[in-house]
Design a protein around this ligand. Structure first.
Ligand code: IMP
Ligand code: MG
Length: 190
């Protein structure tokens, strides 16, 4: 049984391959950072924290961390885009508590998509206040639009054109997050 709501932009197979690559690269870079501190075990104490941005990042982070064979913990952050957000977020605000124990840790913020950059800029500010040992951003998608703030992710799965996509965690009005492929939603499904 499949949903037919639009056309496939990035297939589940391509996603799987790319997520594995991202997990491997992230692990190598984090391991190198830990080694530089004199820790050459993969079972180091609580030094690496993954911070997925709810809700869009849940599918991505679940796959990503299973390609990262190092000791880590997860802390969730919740960000809401301002109303009328379905097409494009007009702004973003933090919702609920932010993890407050990031000082001295290697933090990786994970999100589904970098669009205007507002969401990640907000999270960046809140995390940098805590003096982490390092802060990295990992996004599955980077939409090729002009950013309203200067935001880049060190790790990006795919660059995509300026189209509204759903699936693999991305939603339209809360739906379609469960689609296994990334799809461009057809007009008659909006
Ligand atoms: P930004 O704050 O403009 O960078 O937008 C980031 C957030 O907007 C993402 O975390 C998504 O929740 C949402 N978003 C942006 N573009 C899309 C899209 O094409 N499909 C679904 N959600 C999107
Ligand atoms: Mg989101």
């Amino acid at each position: 049984m499949e949903h037919h709501v639009g056309r496939v932009l990035i297939s589940r197979d391509r996603i799987n391959d790319r997520v594995a690559e991202l997990g491997q690269k992230l692990s190598e870079d984090l391991a190198a950072a830990l080694r530089a501190e004199g820790d050459d075990t993969l079972d180091h104490p609580d030094r690496v924290v993954m911070v997925p941005v709810l809700t869009g990042a849940i599918v991505f982070v679940a796959d990503l961390v299973r390609h990262m064979p190092l000791k880590m913990s997860l802390r969730l952050v919740s960000v809401s885009s301002y109303p009328g957000q379905s097409k494009k977020s007009k702004g973003a605000s933090l919702r609920g508590a932010l993890p407050n124990d990031l000082e001295g840790r290697h933090v990786v913020v994970v999100d589904d998509i970098l669009d205007s950059g507002q969401t990640l800029a907000l999270v960046q500010e809140a995390i940098m206040e805590q003096n982490p040992a390092s802060l990295r951003f990992c996004v599955l998608l980077d939409k090729q639009v002009e950013k309203t703030v200067d935001m880049k992710a060190e790790y990006t799965g795919f660059e995509i054109p300026d189209e509204f996509v759903v699936g693999y965690g991305l939603d339209y009005d809360g739906f379609y997050r469960n689609l296994p492929d990334i799809m461009v939603l057809a007009e008659d499904h909006r």
